[in-house]
Design a protein around this ligand. Structure first.
Ligand SMILES: [Zn+2]
Length: 282
């Protein structure tokens, strides 16, 4: 009987936690007039029960609830007035909270319904552009627990840049009003490993693969002829940080948006082992 009451109270806490983390995003999408951002930190007990016979383990997750300035969904996505854009620090907070939910197994259940599909027909205003590796283990929408219309994603092996990936970022900055860019590398990245092993001019296997590793080479040059770091963490982070720096060097639109419009670029690295994302200073 005691276990019954414990499980019931856990179920109630789970429901309220799910509601709380989901409301963060709903508040950001309301069409109500913009309100000043407010913060509320709630300590929520979390429970993980993998089977009915297993004893529930309870730990505590600090969830930061942000009442973000509202964004208006009905605007023409090609218009250039984006005063209602989500601020970069708010976009980053969404990603941090989403990754905490992902790691803890507390995924949202809102944001992907028929209603959401219809709501987004009029246009998109993603709060963040994520430039990430194509690795099948690192899908940004899943590891950040983001839903329809929330992040604009560019994926290439090793976050390599070319005119089409740069053009995609420029499009989101110019036409969708997004102000937050995250470059997401990860541990044990195959593309970074391939670049590391061809630093002395070895053939990567094809003309296209040679171009791919050549894009990475300058960002990991400092590791040439050295023993690789554990899980290629340092090399992966150096590559992501290098991509973040290269964005402004290779695109005058991105550079101008950073300089004059408050766009922020943050490198980050995903740990394949823990599922955690660590954000770094630009
Ligand atoms: Zn990778």
């Amino acid at each position: 009987m005691k276990n019954y009451y414990l499980l019931m109270s856990i179920a109630i806490m789970q429901l309220s936690c799910s509601h709380i983390v989901s409301s963060e995003h709903r508040q950001a999408k309301t069409t109500a007039p913009a309100q000043p951002a407010t913060e509320l930190v709630i300590s929520t007990p979390l429970t993980h029960v993998s089977s009915q016979t297993e004893t529930p383990k309870i730990d505590t997750l600090q969830i930061k609830i942000v009442s973000a300035p509202a964004t208006v969904q009905q605007k023409d996505q090609h218009q250039h007035d984006h005063d209602d854009s989500v601020a970069p620090e708010v976009g980053l907070r969404y990603l941090r909270n989403g990754n905490i939910r992902f790691v803890k197994g507390y995924l949202r259940n809102d944001g992907a319904s028929t209603k959401d599909i219809k709501r987004l027909v009029a246009g998109q205003h993603p709060h963040t552009i994520v430039v990430s590796c194509s690795d099948s283990r690192v899908p940004p929408e899943i590891i950040f627990d983001e839903k329809l219309g929330e992040i604009f994603v560019i994926r290439t092996a090793g976050e390599t840049l070319d005119p089409t990936s740069l053009g995609s970022i420029e499009y989101a900055l110019e036409h969708l009003g997004t102000k937050n860019i995250v470059v997401l590398g990860h541990t044990n990245c195959g593309a970074v490993k391939a670049a590391y092993s061809t630093l002395n001019g070895q053939d990567a296997g094809s003309d296209n693969l040679n171009k791919l590793v050549q894009d990475i080479h300058p960002r990991i040059q400092q590791f040439k002829d050295k023993t690789p770091s554990h899980d290629y963490y340092d090399e992966g982070l150096a590559n992501a940080s290098g991509v973040a720096a290269d964005l402004v060097k290779r695109s005058h639109i991105i550079a101008e948006k950073v300089e004059k419009s408050g766009v922020k670029i943050t490198p980050a690295i995903y740990d394949l082992d823990s599922g955690k994302v660590t954000f770094k200073s630009p």
